[in-house]
Design a protein around this ligand. Sequence first.
Ligand code: XMP
Length: 528
Amino acid sequence: MAFMKKNIQQQRILILDFGSQYAQLIARRVREIGVYCELKPWNISEAEIRAFNPSGIILSGGPASTTEPGSPRAAAYVFSAGLPVLGICYGMQTMAVQLGGSVSGASAREFGHASMTLSTDCTLTRDIHDGLDPAGKPLLDVWMSHGDSVTTLPCGFVSIASTPTCPVAAMVNEEKRFYAVQFHPEVTHTHQGVRILARFVLDLCRCQALWAPAAIIEDIVHRLRQQIGDDHVILGLSGGVDSSVTALLLQRAIGNRLTCVFIDNGLLRLHEAEQVMAMFGDQFGLNIVHIAAQQRFLNALTGIDEPEEKRKIIGNMFVALFDEQASRQKQVKWLAQGTIYPDIIESAAAGASGAHVIKSHHNVAGLPETMKLALAEPLKELFKDEVRKIGLELGLSHEMLHRHPFPGPGLAVRVLGEVRKEYCDLLRRADVIFIEELHRADLYYKVSQAFTVFLPVRSVGVMGDGRKYEWVVALRAVETTDFMTASWARLPYEFLALVSSRIINEISGISRVVFDISSKPPATIEWE
Ligand code: XMP
């Protein structure tokens, strides 16, 4: 039966990013509602907006003040395109100023929870509230984070809501379908935030909720088939979420014309190589070339103790081994990579800011430039939570999809100084105890990342009647949302006592366990 395939990206929302820490969150919420959207810099041109062809536009918050000369403004076309527009925080303020209203630095800044009273009915908030005030007016619990406020409404607008410190907490021009809120509907602290965003995207922009895991898979598979045709593809499979989901999507699209290369660098966790081969080779039937390169990596790392040098050696060795494989596979024309949308947004931002490199992350560098292969990046429009959802739909387990992140250079940055096999073996055994106990105590998913670090120092201990003079390990556990800042996890003392005693009792070679109580910044999450 012939049928027209629905393009699930056709109805799309454009989000202009004015630099808010929450901008990506707006995009994730819109996607969760079921509508495709993209985040673009605030200064994109009219031509770029037309080319994107949005069904509606959201203006994000941002750190600037419209009262300062040279502060960001959206292209005038945003307000002449005839599209629904939603301004959030700074987005509301620039909307007000660009349409003839005014903004001033409020005498009282407003940060945190606020109770907002809805004074006037409008489509954006109709029938959405958390309660009623004594006069029967609807109330919303919202999250505020602003210094400036709208003081004069632009022509055609009405104020629809206020808080005790913000007389114009939301304004609308229903005729033009312009809506603006001073609060942040994208954060969970605004209890009805998702309903308000859904009202905008589904009802006011008239988008259908087509963006859902099964449809996304079908869409990606369809596009991969068109892109790749009858060619062959090679992919570096690490066993992490992104490369695994990329592999399974390609397998659906082109079957065994996909070759995966799994490189065992000897720096993986206990039994990890066997697990990856069992899951992806045996269970999913992927075509995997397994390169056992433990010795080559260890040899290359002998005598090297500087962290960045270790990263560089591992990165280069990885590229060389992968390249060697790719050049053996004569029919291969494509290199697939598990690049995701935040990688694209963040590398653009980092490129623009020229930020100082603290640690070079080798898995986001290098490969394509050295190889004469075309690049396929099927996840490049997806956020991590979307990758996990489609991974689940493709048959990957929740446990695998929600495993803590593991760095590309693996244990090499967790064995301080020179990497030796003996150290890695001890570290693997200690780490497995720590992780096992975190699961058992129901703490694993409460921390963002946890691991053990090997310290190449000996410490005296006593066991039975004997003296021990053995190695030290540190337990590291952090809580974070973005891995840019992190606080050390306050694990219960009883739990730490159990892990420590298991490690010291069960692993001959380790005589002392310490717990890392450094936050980031100034420390980093990994020790190297
Ligand atoms: P840091 O130590 O920079 O870590 O606070 C932040 C996050 O990045 C991970 N990390 C790496 N990931 N290659 C990677 O793929 C690396 O070289 C690397 N160094 C750190 C770290 O595990 C944490 O999740």
